[in-house]
Design a protein around this ligand. Structure first.
Ligand SMILES: Cc1cc2nc3c(=O)[nH]c(=O)nc-3n(C[C@H](O)[C@H](O)[C@H](O)COP(=O)(O)OP(=O)(O)OC[C@H]3O[C@@H](n4cnc5c(N)ncnc54)[C@H](O)[C@@H]3O)c2cc1C
Length: 484
């Protein structure tokens, strides 16, 4: 055998798993089709700017799995992890057009000053605070494992029980809709509670010095430092199967590599429906995988400004109409956008000043959208984001010297292949919706012995990149135990 383990894909899930196994002394081959590690979070460095392909910041902020990964890699946490006191602002557009603004911190939102900030800024009355506090207390104390019914109760109904004021619901729904990239009447309470709890107790808005993808680059370097091999710009074409077991990979260049097991970070659907001969799996498994639903995508524009205009690292702007349940999402998909679409933007150099040249500023603005790379919703979303952005910050238009759209097609090109109609450009992976989370989430061990899944499709819980790293830790443990 050439290796103990081949990891196909160096997104945060794959690279975490590869580094941990290499540190344990396993002979690891890590392969990715992209030029550097990070997957969707790959940090791009061009013309003095540094920015991610997409993701912006992570949660939880404190004591996160990113901290744990950095520690395992032997990296200096202070050098790597940035948790700004002011991470950004929420802008809530009321029905009369007036705007309430609340700053938020990357510190825990239950810190008394921070917790009071948003309701105060939004003009909460004592009457509004009661249901909010009931909701917060419930979320912090309920035993999710003991209440299996929370896996089938959706976030919209589960929250409505508390009778919160619409603007507090809107704040919760846009935040959690963004964290999971899914309509909020499809997200299970179980998953929402775990993530809300983490963010409440440990904050959100963590970034990485040198770019959010830098920790992934350091993890890939660790694989090499531990005697493993890292092949970038290398696409896996096929998972090799012999005698009913995954035994290696063949790349598009025609090279084959053999190992005791293969761990795929390429997505469950591409892995099962494209990279591996379908006959290697029970037919019922293949059908279940085909039916899995992708998360939504996140689509918008990057803008380069000829002078720094923005002052906050992040912004979330919304009205009572901006959050999406299934019905609102379908309406937007059909071209009926709300008057104020949800608008999110982030400015990497306001986290780390070294990520922009003197006098310049670059930021990414976007909104949720269909994951289908071919959907006309992509173009509509790019236009809706720009309209809302320029209407809110008219000064930006005159300073934008360059812009670049990013759509579900770009996400698919950099991360996973489209193998099922409507899938490919998903922001997270398979959607964290009822029937695909908790006890119903795909198992990292596939029915094909020797083939495992890592990343947001299996093994982890949480928001975006944090879920990917969680999966990396858990799958490394499973594989290490199986290999003995
Ligand atoms: C627009 C956008 C905004 C987002 N914002 C945030 C955010 O602010 N915070 C957050 O936490 N998360 C965010 N996310 C989600 C986050 O990026 C993902 O949840 C996470 O990065 C997924 O990690 P992963 O390891 O599962 O897979 P991926 O990052 O998708 O990595 C998969 C890797 O596998 C490689 N690969 C695939 N097929 C092959 C093949 N055949 N051969 C070789 N290599 C292959 C790919 O090149 C890629 O490197 C965002 C995502 C998008 C698209």
């Amino acid at each position: 055998m050439d290796y103990d383990v081949i990891v196909a894909g160096a997104g945060y899930g794959g690279v975490t798993c590869a580094a941990l196994l290499a540190i344990e002394g396993k002979r690891v081959l890590l392969v990715d089709k992209n030029p550097s590690a990070g997957g969707k979070v790959m940090t791009v460095r061009r013309g003095g700017y540094g920015y991610e392909l997409w993701p912006i910041a992570g949660g939880p902020s404190e004591d996160s799995l990113f901290h744990k990964l950095a520690e395992v890699l032997g990296e200096d946490l202070d050098d790597l992890i940035i948790q700004p006191d002011i991470a950004g602002e929420y802008r809530y557009i009321r029905a009369d057009g007036s705007v309430a603004i609340a700053e938020f911190s990357a510190r825990p939102s239950l810190h008394p000053e921070v917790a009071a900030g948003l309701p105060e800024a939004f003009g909460a009355t004592d009457e509004d605070m009661g249901p909010l506090m009931d909701f917060v207390n419930y979320v912090l104390t309920v035993d999710v494992d003991a209440h299996k019914e929370l896996e089938t109760e959706d976030l919209l109904s589960g929250t409505r029980r508390f009778g919160m004021a619409p603007y507090l619901e809107a704040y919760l729904f846009v935040s959690l809709g963004l964290a999971f990239a899914a309509p909020i009447d499809r997200i299970p309470m179980s998953e929402a509670i775990l993530t809300f709890r983490e963010m409440a107790l440990a904050g959100g808005g963590r970034y990485g010095r040198g770019g959010y993808g830098r920790l992934a680059e350091l993890a890939a370097a660790k694989v090499t430092a531990c005697g493993g091999t890292v092949l970038m710009n290398t696409r896996v074409e096929q998972v090799l199967v012999e005698d009913g077991r995954a035994v290696g990979i063949r790349t598009t260049a025609g090279d084959t590599y053999r190992a005791r097991c293969v761990i795929s970070n390429a997505g469950i659907q591409p892995t099962v429906l494209k990279l591996t001969d379908a006959g290697a799996f029970p037919p019922a498994y293949v059908e279940t995988v085909r039916e899995l639903e992708p998360s939504l995508s996140f689509v918008g524009n990057r803008y380069w400004l000829d002078e720094p205009v923005l002052t906050q690292p992040m912004l979330m702007q919304f009205s009572d109409e901006s959050w999406w349940d299934e019905e609102r999402y379908r309406r937007a998909e059909a071209g009926e956008w709300p008057a104020h679409p949800f608008l999110f933007f982030a400015v990497p150099s306001l986290f780390d000043p070294d990520l922009a040249p003197e006098g310049g500023q670059m930021f990414m603005a976007g909104t949720l959208c269909s994951p289908d790379p071919k959907s006309p919703m992509n173009q509509a979303a790019v236009e809706a984001v720009e309209r809302e952005l320029f209407a809110t910050f008219p000064e930006i238009e005159g300073h934008a010297v360059r812009k670049q759209a990013y759509t579900a097609l770009h996400a698919a090109n950099a991360s996973r292949d489209q193998v099922v109609p409507g899938q490919g450009g998903e922001c997270i992976g398979i959607a964290q919706v009822i029937g695909q989370c908790g006890s119903t989430k795909p198992d990292p061990r596939t029915p094909l012995p020797g083939l495992y899944l890592v990343g947001c499709d299996a093994g982890g819980v949480g928001c975006g990149t944090h879920q990917a790293v969680d999966s990396g830790f858990k799958v490394a443990g499973i594989v290490a135990a199986d290999l003995g």
